[in-house]
Design a protein around this ligand. Structure first.
Ligand SMILES: Nc1ncnc2c1ncn2[C@@H]1O[C@H](COP(=O)(O)OP(=O)(O)OP(=O)(O)O)[C@@H](O)[C@H]1O
Ligand SMILES: [Mg+2]
Length: 352
């Protein structure tokens, strides 16, 4: 997809925090990250992808956009309100596909089709087998509308809505280039409440899965085992955060929780390997706040035997300009990835 016009401001409303990125592109010069904003949200503001306390979100957005002239935004839709499926269909023309896709969706999407917006993209045409792979995306209209209205309430102009899996892929491709044809790359985005796995084989999405597990589960386990408050548990998990010495049980609890999460992720990778005929996963790139836990990356490397690294969004755009707040970005690059991917989107897009 080629695009033109100014970059949109990327707004990632996650259950732990709102992240905002703004990128400036000048001709052929390098992209600059001219803004990063971070606003933590109180617990239970967003539960299972549903915005329960919209007031807190609007307030956060107003704060982050205070005095800002750029208000055209790209929003992140929660994976809870969207289903992505790769389906195999007989080879057909784009016009035939446009006609057929609704019937096909009916068999694959467990929501009432009257309540969803459908989108799709042809991934690969397998002429020899008379088949093609199509990526089907179905979003619940009501949830997307709620998100849209909330942005309007905060005096923003939403232009585009995108998903974790695709925005992370955008960042990956902008940072490292298109994946080499022979390699299988896995992008794993681990937030507070959700983990998204996106497997790229032969340069396109071959498999995606959302896992309802993330950093919250680790915090809750520390809280439960030590009988302490959520805030204390969260601070201990993130390495103390000025609260003195971390109790010695904490690393053990983190390791146990991380093993469980890595096990769930590995089951998705195993499922993919067993069903795709693909033999091995070459590289894994991790992002999202929970990817800051080194033990998680180590556990994934041990189980998958792939090379595991943090996805570095600063390869896409280096901080610059006078708007940037370097302190806000410190230690938060893993959390900035989705907002960064959204900030790569432009006002106008045209099919290439
Ligand atoms: N240094 C750190 N060590 C451990 N965990 C961390 C660290 N920094 C952030 N986290 C965890 O990352 C999570 C927040 O990450 P992120 O901002 O990606 O989530 P989110 O986008 O708000 O949530 P979601 O998308 O799942 O709704 C929290 O669980 C937080 O505790
Ligand atoms: Mg997130």
């Amino acid at each position: 997809m080629a695009s033109e016009g100014k970059n949109l401001v990327g707004v990632d409303i996650g259950s732990a925090a709102i992240k905002v990125c703004e990128i400036k592109e000048a001709g052929k010069g390098p992209r600059q990250l001219v803004r990063f904003g971070f606003h933590p949200l109180p617990a239970d503001t967003i539960v299972d992808g549903h915005i329960i306390n919209s007031g807190a979100v609007v307030e956060g957005l107003e704060k982050l956009f205070h005095g800002s002239k750029s208000r055209k935004v790209a929003l992140r839709a929660s994976g809870h309100s969207v289903i992505i499926k790769k389906i195999a269909m007989p080879l057909m023309t784009p016009a035939e596909l446009a006609e057929q896709i609704k019937w096909e969706a009916e068999q694959h999407i467990p929501f009432d089709l009257a309540e969803v917006t459908l989108d799709y993209q042809t991934l690969t045409r397998r002429e020899d087998q008379g088949q093609m792979d199509v990526l089907l995306v179905a979003a619940k209209k009501e949830e997307i509308n709620d998100l849209y209205n909330l942005a309007i309430e905060a005096r923003l102009q939403p232009v585009v809505v995108d998903l974790d899996a695709f925005t992370v892929q955008n960042v990956y491709e902008a940072a490292y280039g298109a994946p080499p044809p022979a390699e299988t790359i896995v992008l794993i985005h681990v937030g507070a409440s959700l983990t998204t796995v996106n497997i790229l084989a032969d340069g396109t999405t071959a498999f995606t899965r959302d896992i309802a597990n993330g950093g919250n589960a680790i915090t809750e386990e520390i809280q439960r085992q030590l009988g302490i408050s959520r805030e204390e548990a969260e601070a201990y998990k993130c390495g103390g955060d000025g609260r003195g010495i971390v109790p010695q049980e904490v690393p053990t609890i983190i390791n146990q929780s991380v093993e469980q999460l890595a096990g769930e992720i590995q089951r998705s990778l195993d499922f993919y390997l067993a069903t795709s005929g693909d033999r091995e996963i070459t590289n894994i790139f991790c992002s999202g706040g929970t990817a800051n836990i080194r033990a998680l990356l180590d556990a994934l490397a041990r189980r998958s035997r792939a090379r595991v690294a943090l996805l570095d969004p600063l390869l896409v755009a280096q901080p610059g300009g006078k708007l940037i707040d370097p302190v806000a970005l410190q230690g938060r690059t893993a959390q900035a990835v989705v907002a960064m991917g959204l900030a790569l989107r432009k006002e106008r897009e045209r099919s290439s």
